[in-house]
Design a protein around this ligand. Structure first.
Ligand SMILES: [Zn+2]
Length: 307
């Protein structure tokens, strides 16, 4: 395994002001004192959540997430080396389908539903379990030709389903029926507050590494199984969606105020001609919304080889 590489910056520093306006009026809302940009779709995301967090609560949560992610962000290569054994998948895997949501922990949810997690278990993470991607069933059929597909899940207040639980449940049920696999249920309790706490996204362009969250002490990032999707536009849409969520329904203005870059971690296999480092880098950069593409410091690209 070679050292991961980072792009030190993306674009020019003087575009930051423009960005604040461009990404959903974040700067303007921050001036109002309470940076609570969440729309109705995110409210009630936690079952027992009867008050909105104060800005101080949110700051504390940001500090907690930064602390949790510190060792990874400082040295992704070293971190991966320490968790390599837990994260590498060799041979056929058993997959359950979930959302990219950072609180959608199937390794907790499924055992709670009476499922025993198989040894080579991993998740295939796609926004809304593929609710907006018509080619998903065909891609999953390809996967299930050589692996086992355990089933499909949905979750409460899914952004990709516009927060509509009925849409999320129906999609999971229909996709499961189409593929002849189990509908594994609806995750009601997310392992995050009513807003998103991801400081980054793991873009897995190789199936060799499982959801990072399965390793102890992993940062709570979004997880996207890009390797599974044959459609480049769909993969790019995933990246855009996760950025959108982080900057509009996550730490929002705090990313900007504290100058904390959102990290996109590209996991790739240098031996895999389907996803070369160059192609993947260009795909991910192309997916940046124009206002983020030209802004320094708000996005950090990290490449980690998986061999
Ligand atoms: Zn979701």
């Amino acid at each position: 395994m070679h050292a991961p590489e980072e792009s030190p910056n993306i674009g020019q520093p003087n575009r930051r002001k423009a960005l604040k306006i461009a990404i959903g009026g974040i700067g303007a809302v921050a001036l109002g004192g309470l940076a609570y940009l969440l729309g109705g779709r995110e409210n009630g995301g936690m079952e027992h959540h009867d008050h909105e967090e104060s800005p101080e609560d949110r700051q504390r949560m940001l500090d907690k997430m930064l602390q949790q992610a510190a060792s990874f962000r400082e040295d992704p290569k070293g971190w991966f080396a320490r968790h390599r054994e837990a994260l590498l998948i060799q041979g056929p895997a058993t997959y359950a389908v979930e959302c990219v949501d950072e609180g959608d922990d199937l390794d907790r949810f499924l055992p709670g539903q009476g499922h025993v997690l198989p040894k080579n278990f991993d998740v295939i993470s796609v926004p809304g379990s593929g609710v907006k991607y018509p080619g998903f069933a065909a891609d999953l059929r390809m996967v299930s030709a050589t692996n086992h597909l355990m089933g499909i899940t949905s979750h409460r207040n899914c952004g990709a389903c516009n927060g509509d639980d009925a849409v999320a449940r129906n999609h999971a049920g229909e996709l499961a029926a189409e593929l002849g696999v189990a509908n594994l249920g609806h995750v009601e309790e997310l392992q995050r507050p009513s807003y998103h706490v991801a400081l980054g996204a793991n873009l897995r362009y190789t199936r060799k590494v499982r959801n990072l969250r399965f390793a102890e002490g992993a940062p709570r990032y979004f997880d996207a199984s890009q390797w599974c999707l044959s459609d480049r536009a769909a993969r790019m849409e995933n990246v855009r969606l996760m950025l959108d969520i982080a900057y509009k329904h996550g730490f929002n203005n705090l990313f900007l105020e504290k100058n904390i870059p959102f990290e996109l971690v590209i996991w790739y296999d240098p031996e895999d001609p389907a996803f070369t480092k160059e192609e993947v880098a260009s795909e991910v950069r192309e997916a940046f919304p124009p206002e983020l593409r030209k802004t320094k410091g708000l996005l950090k690209l990290t490449f980690v080889e998986v061999t």
